[in-house]
Ligand binder design. Sequence first.
Ligand SMILES: Nc1nc2c(ncn2[C@@H]2O[C@H](COP(=O)(O)OP(=O)(O)OP(=O)(O)O)[C@@H](O)[C@H]2O)c(=O)[nH]1
Length: 432
Amino acid sequence: MLFNYDISLVLLAIIIACLAFYVSFWLCKAGARKKHNCWPLFSGPTMGCGIWVLHYMVMQAHHHSHIINYNIKITLASLIVAIIGCSLGFGCFLFKRLRKNHYILPALIFSATAASMHYLGMAAILNAGDWYVSNAYIALSLIVIFITSLGMLRLTHLMLVMTSKNDIYANFCRLGATVTLCIGVAIMHFLGTSKMNMAPMGSSPLAMSHDDHIENTLAMTMTILIALVFMLAIFIWFINFKEHLSNELLKRELISKNLQLKQMTQHDSLTQLPNRLYLQNHLNTLFDKQLQPLFIMFIDLDGFKRVNDVWGHAIGDELLVKISKKLRNVVGNGGFVARIGGDEFIIVVCEQTKEAAIQLANRLLSRISDSYELSATTIDFLSASIGISIYPEHGHDVATLLKKADVAMYYIKDKGKNNVIFYDEVTMVLPT
Ligand SMILES: Nc1nc2c(ncn2[C@@H]2O[C@H](COP(=O)(O)OP(=O)(O)OP(=O)(O)O)[C@@H](O)[C@H]2O)c(=O)[nH]1
């Protein structure tokens, strides 16, 4: 049967019809967004045009022994039937109470529309000769179009209830509804025309009374409709592209704002060093990785208050920033530096031995006591006290290890400052 057709023209007809159906389902879904709530009104006409164009293009693709002439009034009436019928079908389907769990009425409207359009279209052929269609074929074509309409409506319903998160699934449903409808209309068409047996041109007296302008009107109407479908498809693609672009921009903005927020909540605003929260997370990560031994060095500057009191807070801030950079430089990439309070810093390093840790602490003390060129003065009297606790020797949790390093730091401050000491549970007393 297919060999009676110009396959390339049939394929073109199917592509155009699928495009129209896809666009009509898209318009239907676009109505779910408040700003596009009148768009579903265009779903019915677009689908109607698709069915109509499919029918007439496939008719043209039929290798008739002669040129088919149409009654232009009936032909255009079939277009109007398709547009009105599909609009009614969509209206009925989108009317929420009717849509709830059953699609019988809208499916009946869609299948009656497709069938009336098809058989009206057949009746519009002037020189059809002695073609006939058996009642069984008509009944079969009606059953097919009704079942495919039900399938199409089910998929459209699924597409409508998908949230924007499930855009890919919604697209699958839209494609599924498109293909289902196209298959239904195509099967109905081939069943309806399978017994067509055209009389040669001129055998019908009516055919003689119509001149070329009928063909031209039909071709023109079809061209306009196809152009409209394409324009609508391009417009929709453009809108989708614009939305995709603005979503992408929003997404990037959100990511950068999140990063900013993370930076703000986990870093000290003056020195940009990690803060106490970051330190806790970092230590827990190191514990999980089973890195040991870890040396937790609690550093408190000696005599820092004097800088604030004599030169003011701004100079104190300037000094804190310089010291932070210095600590980072001495520790390098192998260690972690955090600022947890006014002039208090924590350094976490993983060293092989206590001696290596003491060496690093002494290097830190020597660099902290360098002189500092600040905007209003030069500071050359600064020193620091460092208390060290060891993981896992002194504890297995962040709070205990920080507490013990703090106790060790205060111990050495009491003993004369500018020195470093490990926590020792015999000589040092933990506050209760
Ligand atoms: N400039 C500045 N000062 C701060 C900041 N945060 C806390 N401070 C001050 O830092 C000082 C820290 O106090 P202390 O550690 O008791 O002062 P100190 O002179 O180092 O005393 P010792 O540790 O006993 O040697 C206080 O004067 C706080 O007001 C800050 O962000 N900027």
